[in-house]
Design a protein around this ligand. Structure first.
Ligand SMILES: Nc1ncnc2c1ncn2[C@@H]1O[C@H](COP(=O)(O)OP(=O)(O)O)[C@@H](O)[C@H]1O
Ligand SMILES: [Mg+2]
Length: 466
């Protein structure tokens, strides 16, 4: 409860309640005063009208006629609240239902107010009356008034009604405020609980969504997306760490052992030279593996996504093919290139050319002879890179496994490589929102990767023309 009171939501609700209650009270007060005032004015108008009538009677029929009317009006019980009095110049009552000139005070010019005792069925009741006085000839006076019993009863009823209304407003406001605050707190609480669990180390936790699509759902969705990304980054880091621990330790130990053995052999200068050359080759291999691992981790983490731009995949493919032309020549392989003009994709030029290079490298490395074809196609909504060879291929049941890090076919042990090439191809394809896979080329292997096309109008004009 104290936490509830400390929350922003509650403070806001309380503020709104205060404003709301104040405006309701102001409205009620306005109603109260204008109604009460209206009743009094109404009474005064009635009295005025009656005096005007009586004045006319007096002009027509004189004092005697007036006395007669007053007498009859004073005794009829119908106007229970009407008060009359006619006095002589010495203020002695002559007619009317008041038995003495009242001890009145003036409330406005022509209007007086005084206390009266009214006879009712339940005995006398004291009340207040207002009256107007009309001075006749010869100092006689006529007083016409009304007691305000009904008006004050009405006023009392309005007061009670208003008090209840005010109470109800506050009660409803407090209940609504508490309800809303509790509701908001529950949602915030869910976020807090999840974050606490994550802080304690459970990165798989996610903030629950209600499916309403409100701002809390949006917040939760964003938090979850953020957590997904963090988890992916952590996973990538852990994998790199694992790879370094397991897959780089072996070659490093082997390197060290070889150096040790060479040293124990008490070698001559020629042997030293040979050992150093071997060591350098091994170190190069290690460095290549390191770089490949880092590239994969980088692609999987998606940290390069910010620097992506629209690039022409056709042009990237062409320049990679040029690079591998001499390698194909050396091996006596024919490298065919089929490239659609102007393939706009949103991507990272360096990673894309590395991926294409890895596929070409594999084809030229594992196919003993024949023809290697590099295709870059612009299809509906996506671009596709394809490298086909007529070599030994990869058995169907191993076509997924070779995408894992460090996985190489048994038959490839004698060829240089680290088993990271295809892993990078897939990581790059997925980074760009596409995928990579292998197919049978009958005979040989067809390696493919796709990625979504970008708007070709975003391509630099010179490349478009090429
Ligand atoms: N074009 C290909 N023809 C035959 N086998 C291939 C081809 N490409 C890849 N492979 C097999 O898949 C394995 C994984 O390839 P890759 O990840 O590029 O690693 P690496 O080339 O360093 O061995 C290779 O070792 C090889 O056995
Ligand atoms: Mg390779």
């Amino acid at each position: 409860m104290t936490r509830l009171l400390r929350t922003n939501a509650f403070r806001l609700a309380a503020l709104y309640l205060a404003l709301f209650a104040a405006s309701v009270l102001a409205l009620l007060a306005f109603i109260y005063f204008s109604t009460a005032d209206f009743i009094e004015r109404q009474t005064e108008t009635t009295i005025d009208a009656e005096i005007t009538g009586l004045r006319e009677e007096y002009a027509d029929r004189g004092l005697a006629g007036l006395l007669e009317i007053i007498h009859s009006r004073s005794t009829t019980p119908h106007g229970g609240s009407a008060l009359y009095l006619i006095t002589d110049p010495a203020l002695q009552p002559i007619a009317g239902n008041l038995n003495a000139w009242p001890r009145a005070r003036q409330i406005r010019p022509g209007w007086i107010s005084f206390p009266v005792d009214i006879k009712t069925r339940d005995g006398p009741v004291s009340s207040t009356a207002i009256a107007s006085v009309f001075v006749l000839h010869d100092g006689f006076r006529l007083l016409v008034g009304r007691d305000l019993r009904d008006a004050s009863a009405f006023r009392g009823r309005i007061t009670r009604t208003l008090a209840w209304a005010a109470l109800l407003t506050v009660a409803l406001g407090v209940a609504g405020g508490l309800f809303m605050t509790r509701h908001m707190l529950r949602r915030v609480e869910a976020v807090n609980r999840t974050s606490e669990r994550i802080i304690r180390g459970d990165l798989t936790q996610r903030v629950p969504l209600t499916g309403s699509g409100d701002e809390f759902d949006q917040l939760a969705g964003n938090l979850n997306a953020m957590l997904d990304r963090i988890e992916r980054l952590m996973l990538g880091m852990r994998q790199v760490a694992d790879n370094i621990a397991h897959d780089l330790r072996t070659p490093l130990s082997r390197l060290r052992a070889r150096l040790e053995v060479t040293l124990l052999e008490r070698p001559d200068a020629a042997r030293y030279g040979e050992a150093l050359r071997e060591t350098i080759a091994e170190a190069d291999h290690l460095l290549a593996t390191f770089n490949a691992l880092l590239s994969i981790a980088e692609a999987e983490a998606g940290s390069r996504r910010e620097t992506m731009a629209v690039v022409d995949l056709a042009e990237v493919a062409r320049s990679v093919a040029e690079l591998y032309e001499p390698v194909a020549d050396d091996k006596g392989l024919a490298l065919a290139v089929e490239i659609d003009p102007g393939i706009a994709v949103h991507g990272d030029r360096h990673l894309l050319s590395q991926a294409i290079a890895n596929l070409l490298d594999n084809a030229l490395k594992y196919a003993p002879d024949g023809r290697v074809t590099l295709r870059a196609r612009r299809l509906v909504g996506m671009a596709r890179i394809e490298v086909a060879d007529s070599g030994p291929g990869v058995p169907a049941d191993r076509r997924e496994a070779v995408f894992d890090r460090f996985v190489r076919l048994e038959s490839s042990r004698s060829t240089p490589g680290n088993g990271l090439g295809l892993s990078l191809v897939r990581a790059v394809a997925r980074l760009h929102g596409g995928d990579a896979w292998l197919e049978d080329n009958e005979p040989g292997l067809r390696a493919l990767f796709t990625l979504p096309l970008a708007d070709s109008r975003a391509l630099p004009a010179t490349r478009n023309a090429a």
